[in-house]
Design a binder for this molecule. Structure first.
Ligand SMILES: *Cc1c(COP(=O)(O)O)cnc(C)c1O
Length: 371
């Protein structure tokens, strides 16, 4: 069995540091916030090339708090791509703001920047580019198109820890929300997330909102939430962070190996945008022939012990929870078509060349049998 993500293989590398750190936290009893969390925030800000990192409880909260801190309020519109994890839309809906969807670029599956700019209207307060699968969307084009229009950019950086675009990472010169869900490139042992920004004032608002609306005990300036990073997760994240650059290198090497192994197969391999340093959260291929064929290929792969998956099988506007949005089938043809053809292959830093060869053979066999 080759899993989509092997969390155990990563744990083996950090096991000792994690148990020592857990012991330290349990003995000093600083469970929420404290020095361990502060140290991780400093270290991850440095790694990410931004001034400030504010740890929160999960990536969805990070998005919600970042949106609120940039001024998004109930009734405002927020533009985001139809192809993303549901949490991007959920964070907007939780504020009471309106989700405005746009289609994706059919080659990279990232937000179609022209469509996003065209969707901006008088009620738009923010646009959320999603750096899907491990590479950054062309934020500079979005920034140029939005300059002087009073619309914030809040980057969904849940899948791109360590990725850069023309040398800069998510959050540089703006604000980004990331997730440390266990399966992410930098994963905790439970839920965790963070907001990254170069804006000190914005970082303070996020920290205030996430701490019951106040930074001093029993002084509550805003109606906030309880969304903080806990020290045990910070221990794990600090240990893993020291390996993240090497792990991302290993992911890049594995992606290059897939590129070679799959070159002769009838699948569309992932495309890296010029200027991007990709961190391969997911290696997503496209199986031509529509949903039935892709689903059958996936079934055969799973049967052969290959833990392939789909990210994501249903665009936001066709998700039952968002049925009230004014979009029916056919609204976003590229996102809808991609959802029926994309397939994520197993990829994690410790995947071996043998495992990848097995995946490629299983994929070749599955494609032959459903021709
Ligand atoms: C994981 C993820 C989130 C949400 O993060 P959680 O920590 O699970 O709340 C948001 N957006 C994207 C694109 C994600 O992959």
């Amino acid at each position: 069995m080759i899993p989509l993500v092997d969390l155990r293989a990563a744990h083996v590398e950090v096991a000792e540091e994690v148990s020592t750190g857990f012991k330290r936290v349990i003995e000093n009893t600083a469970f929420v916030g404290g020095e361990e969390v502060a140290a991780f925030e400093r270290e991850f800000a440095t790694f990410s090339g931004v001034q400030h990192c504010v740890g929160v409880a999960n990536g969805t909260d990070a998005l919600e708090l970042a949106l609120r801190a940039t001024g998004v309020r109930a009734g405002d519109e927020v533009v985001l791509p139809a192809n993303t994890f549901v949490a991007t839309a959920e964070a907007v809906a939780r504020i009471g703001a309106r989700v405005v969807l746009v289609d994706i670029d059919p080659v990279t599956y990232l937000v179609d920047v022209d469509a996003a700019l065209a969707a901006v209207g008088p009620a738009t307060r923010a646009v959320v580019p999603v750096h899907l699968y491990g590479q950054l969307a062309p934020v500079e084009r979005l920034r140029a198109g939005l300059a002087g229009r009073g619309v914030a950019i809040v980057e969904d950086a849940a899948q791109c820890q360590g990725a850069t675009r023309t040398g800069a990472g998510a959050g540089t010169g703006g604000v980004a929300a990331t997730s440390f869900y266990p399966g992410k490139n930098l994963g905790a042992y439970g839920d965790a997330g963070a907001v990254l920004t170069d804006d000190a004032g914005l970082a303070t608002v996020v920290r205030t909102l996430g701490s019951h609306g106040g930074l001093a005990k029993y002084v509550h300036e805003l109606i906030g939430v309880n969304s903080r990073l806990d020290a045990l997760q910070a221990v794990v994240l600090r240990a893993k962070l020291t390996r993240l650059a090497a792990w991302n290198d290993a992911r890049r090497a594995a992606a290059a190996r897939y590129d070679e192994l799959l070159a002769s197969l009838d699948v569309t391999r992932p495309v890296v945008l010029a200027g991007n340093e990709h961190v391969w959260h997911l290696y997503v291929v496209r199986i031509p022939g529509g949903a039935g064929r892709r689903d059958e290929v996936l079934r055969r792969l799973n049967e052969a012990g290959v833990g392939a998956g789909i990210h994501y099988p249903c665009p936001v506007h066709l998700t039952p929870a968002f049925a009230d949005l004014p979009y029916g089938p056919g609204s976003f043809p590229h996102a809808e078509r991609a959802a029926t053809e994309i397939l994520s292959l197993p990829l994690f830093p410790q995947i071996t060349a043998d495992q990848q060869a097995t995946v490629a053979r299983a994929l070749a066999a599955a494609l032959r049998s459903v021709a």
